[in-house]
Design a protein. Structure first.
Length: 321
């Protein structure tokens, strides 16, 4: 209930405040499409509501992806960045811009295709040499390094392409038409539903491969399923929000403090917390730097980077103890 209240409050803040503030009377008039509030209605429904929907979906998708990846790899530092989702999306985007510089309309499709094909490559590699926790991580790191090398090479060929790619790589929201969010929303909700259905078996997988096998869990198949589900949700987010980082890393840790380690409540709490966090980050980026704005990807990096260092120090301290 508290998280729902926080999410609702974050949504109201995001809708009312931005580069221009809307009074409460005008806000409710615009929201209810009252006569005489046409300007407020246009601001809300053409700019802020689509942006709010993007924030909710991005927070949910990346948080669910992070929870699944940390569960199946047994690594609390795992996130969509680690397994090559962002690198795959970035490589396909910069490749498309290099070949077709004016093809901005199809960038989301290229990003999704790159992220998902990279996932299939990692699944194939891990499946051939054994889908252990370490294998999945190492395959992801290897693919990420290879794709980042490709991105660096292509960016050297054309500086104009590099400028366009940088805008995508930072991560942010543009207030796209809600109709363009239907497919990403369907993928994110399907990924969440599939994860909730498989949650009891994933809880057993967290006990260790040997224990899960003895309890009848098909470890290899379940790990591949979780990897594909996590990558699909993250790829859906990348297709409209760019390479938004740190959400899948930070939110699962916050959610564990609130919901414990059982996967089903953890997924639900992570989805709500992720949506609230991303909406607040986007709102802060707009309000603090009005009339300009700071992309939500930079705001999340300012929050996530110190948190990442904290996790590294915590792991080191736990290892010493």
């Amino acid at each position: 209930m508290i998280l729902l209240a926080v999410l609702l409050a974050a949504g109201l803040l995001s809708l009312r405040y931005g580069s221009s503030e809307i009074g409460w009377g005008e806000f409710w008039g615009g929201l209810l499409r009252r006569q005489g509030c046409e300007t407020q209605t246009a601001i809300l429904y053409l700019l802020r509501v689509p942006r709010l929907l993007e924030g909710v979906l991005a927070g949910m998708g990346l948080s669910v992806s992070g929870v699944l990846l940390q569960a199946v790899t047994g690594n609390e530092l795992a996130s969509p960045n680690i397994i090559g989702v962002n690198a795959g999306a970035g490589f396909f985007v910069i490749l498309l811009l290099t070949l077709f510089p004016a093809a901005f309309a199809v960038l989301p499709f290229a990003a999704f295709a790159g992220a998902f094909l990279t996932t299939l490559l990692i699944v194939s590699i891990a499946g051939r040499i054994g889908s252990s926790r370490t294998t999945v991580i190492l395959a992801g790191i290897a693919c990420t390094a290879m794709l980042n090398a490709g991105i660096s090479f292509l960016s050297l060929l054309d500086t104009d392409v590099l400028v366009s790619y940088n805008a995508f790589s930072i991560g942010g929201f543009t207030g796209t038409q809600p109709s363009r969010l239907i497919v990403p929303a369907a993928l994110i909700l399907a990924g969440l539903a599939a994860a909730l259905a498989a949650a009891p078996r994933i809880d057993l997988l967290c006990l260790g491969d040997s224990m899960a096998l003895s309890l009848g869990v098909q470890v290899r198949r379940l790990r591949m399923f979780c990897l594909v589900a996590a990558s699909a949700t993250a790829a859906a987010v990348v297709s409209f929000a760019g390479l938004l980082g740190f959400v899948g890393l930070v939110v699962p840790h916050i959610a564990r403090k609130l919901a414990g380690s059982r996967l089903r409540p953890l997924l639900l709490v992570s989805a709500l917390a992720g949506a609230a966090l991303v909406i607040l980050a986007d709102w802060l980026g707009r309000v603090l730097f009005a009339p300009s704005e700071l992309p939500v990807g930079i705001v999340m990096a300012l929050v996530g980077a110190p948190f990442f260092f904290f996790l590294l120090l915590k792991k080191r301290r736990d290892a010493i103890c």
